[in-house]
Design a protein around this ligand. Structure first.
Ligand code: SAJ
Length: 435
C-alpha cells in the first residue's frame, strides 16, 4: 500500500480509464492534467483514434484540452487491454443500460472486469464509477477479482465512486463537482481518497461501496420521481384548465422547501430514465416493491402518448386527422443544447405519430440525422418560410438557438411541450398549445 500511496503522492502512479465516453474522457483528461500518465482504454477504435489525434467527441472536452496532454505524453488512448496490467490505478466508466425487459445490464462492467482480471496485480487501486445497483461492487466485482487469490484491502484496493456528469453544464465539471467515494475496506477508502484528492477539488467519503452506490441512485431517483410528479401535475392542470408553468413558476418563488421541476414530453438520457430502475430491480430481489420509482417510470414513459394526444386533439379541432397530416418535430435531443438523442422522448413521439399515419419530419440544429428503427431521417431546414407547409409543429426539445418567435409567426399550429414560446405567444399566427 505504501508504494501505491507514494506513487500517488509523487504523481508517478500510472492511470488507466476503462471506457472513454462522456464520463471517462473528462476524468482521464483531469487525471492527465493533474500530472498522472493516463491511458484511456476503449473497444471503440474510432474513439481511440480521435483521442490520439487530439480530437474530442465530447461536448464538454475541447480539442485544445487534449492536445497539450497528448504532446507531453500524459494522455493517450488504446484498444489494447494489455495497458491495464501496467496501471497502478484503474477506473471503470462503462455504460450500465437496461436490457429489453428493463432489467440491469451489467455486462459492460463484467467485460471490463474480465479485461482487468488478466492484468490485476498487487497494490492496484480499482475504482468503479458506472452507476449500478447497491451491493454490486461487494457482491459481484469483489469476489470476481479475489478469484485471483489477491485480497481486497490488502493486496488490491476496490472502491465505488459515482460519476456526477451533467452534460452541457457550464459551471460544474469533473474537477469541481463534489465526488462521493466509498471503499470495500478502510484502507481502500484511504487509497481512493489519496488518489482523487490529487485530482478533484472536493471529496465526500462514505462508509462503504454500498452507500456510495446508493447515494447515486438517490440523486437520480430524486430527479425521476420529481419529474414524474410534475408531469402528472401537468396532466391534472390540463384537465383543470390551469397553466402548469404559471403554477410552477409561482411555487418556485417559495424561498424554502420547494425545488422546481418542469413537465416535458418524457425522460431522456442514459441516466434518469435508467438508474432508478437499478434500485427498484435490486429491491424486487429482496421482495420489496419500490412504488415511487415504478409509478414515476409509468408516468414519465406515458408522456409521449400525452403529447401525441395533444397533437391529435388540436388537429381534430381543425377537422383534420393525424393520418396524412404533415408534422414537424422541433428538437429531438434528450435535453436542450446538446446533441445526444439516446432515450430521447422525441423518438417515441415520432414513432407514435408515424403509427397513426402522420408524415413526420424533424429539425434539430444539433442532430443532422436521426435513426428511427430501420429508417434514417434527416433534419429539415426551417429557414425561409420552411414552417408554413406543416399542419403542426411540435416543440419537443427547447434548444436555445431556435427562433421561437419565427416558429409561432409562421406555423399554423404549435404544440409546445417545453414552454419555449412563453415570451412570443402574442405574435402567434395560429394556435399555440402548451403541455
Ligand atoms: N427533465 C424534465 N424536467 C426537468 C428536468 C429534466 O423533463 O425538470 C428531463 C430532461 O429533458 C431530460 C431528462 O429529464 O430528458 C434528464 O435530464 P437531466 O437534466 O437530469 O440531465 P442528464 O440526464 O443529462 O444528467 C443528469 C444529471 N443532471 C442534473 O443533475 C441536472 C445528473 O442527474 C447526473 O449527474 C447525470 O444525469 C448522470 O450521469 O447520472
Amino acid at each position: 500500500m505504501s508504494t501505491l500511496l507514494e506513487k500517488i503522492k509523487k504523481h508517478e502512479a500510472q492511470v488507466a480509464v476503462i471506457g472513454i465516453g462522456y464520463v471517462g474522457l473528462p476524468l482521464a483528461t483531469e487525471m492527465a492534467r493533474a500530472g498522472f500518465r493516463t491511458v484511456g482504454y476503449d473497444k471503440s477504435e474510432e474513439k481511440v483514434r480521435m483521442v490520439n489525434a487530439g480530437r474530442s467527441y465530447i461536448k464538454d472536452i475541447h480539442d485544445q484540452d487534449l492536445q497539450p496532454l497528448l504532446a507531453e505524453g500524459r494522455l493517450r488512448a488504446s484498444t489494447d487491454p494489455g495497458v491495464l496490467a501496467t496501471a497502478d490505478v484503474v477506473v471503470i466508466c462503462v455504460p450500465t443500460p437496461l436490457n429489453k425487459t428493463k432489467e440491469p445490464d451489467n455486462s459492460f462492467i463484467v467485460a471490463a472486469a474480465d479485461d482487468l482480471f488478466r492484468g490485476l496485480h498487487k497494490d492496484m487501486l480499482i475504482i468503479l464509477e458506472s452507476t449500478t445497483f447497491p451491493g454490486f461492487t461487494r457482491e459481484v466485482l469483489l469476489p470476481k477479482l479475489q478469484e485471483s487469490g489477491l485480497k481486497a484491502g490488502q493486496d488490491f484496493f476496490l472502491c465505488f465512486s459515482p460519476e456526477r456528469v451533467d452534460p452541457g453544464n457550464a459551471r460544474y465539471h469533473t474537477r469541481n463537482t463534489p465526488k462521493v467515494v466509498g471503499g470495500t475496506t478502510p484502507r481502500c477508502l484511504e487509497a481512493i481518497t489519496a488518489m482523487y484528492g490529487e485530482v478533484l477539488e472536493h471529496l465526500v467519503p462514505v462508509s462503504s461501496t454500498d452507500a456510495a452506490e446508493m447515494v447515486k441512485l438517490l440523486e437520480n431517483t430524486f430527479r425521476a420521481v420529481n419529474i414524474g410528479l410534475v408531469n402528472e401535475v401537468a396532466i391534472m392542470a390540463q384537465k383543470l384548465g390551469i397553466d402548469t408553468w404559471e403554477i410552477i413558476d409561482a411555487a418556485a418563488t417559495k424561498p424554502f422547501g420547494f425545488m422546481p421541476f418542469y413537465p416535458g414530453p418524457g425522460l431522456g438520457g442514459h441516466c434518469i430514465p435508467v438508474d432508478p430502475l437499478y434500485l427498484s430491480w435490486k429491491l424486487k430481489t429482496l421482495k420489496y416493491e419500490a412504488r415511487f420509482i415504478e409509478l414515476a417510470d409509468d408516468i414519465n414513459t406515458h408522456m409521449p402518448h400525452v403529447v401525441v394526444e395533444l397533437v391529435a386533439d388540436a388537429l381534430n379541432a381543425d377537422r383534420k386527422s393525424v393520418n396524412g397530416s404533415r408534422v414537424l418535430i422541433l428538437g429531438v435531443a434528450y435535453k436542450r443544447d446538446i446533441e445526444d438523442v439516446r432515450e430521447s422522448p422525441a423518438l417515441d413521439v415520432i414513432e407514435l405519430l408515424q403509427g397513426k399515419g402522420a408524415e413526420v419530419s424533424y429539425h434539430d440544429p444539433y442532430a443532422a440525422t436521426l435513426r428511427i428503427g430501420e429508417h434514417v431521417l434527416h433534419s429539415k431546414p426551417i429557414d425561409g418560410n420552411g414552417l408554413e407547409g406543416y399542419d403542426a409543429v411540435v416543440i419537443v426539445t427547447d434548444h436555445s438557438s431556435v427562433d421561437y418567435g419565427k416558429v409561432v409567426r409562421e406555423a399554423r399550429l404549435v404544440i409546445d411541450t417545453r414552454n419555449a414560446t412563453r415570451k412570443v405567444r402574442g405574435e402567434a399566427r395560429g394556435r399555440v398549445i402548451g403541455l
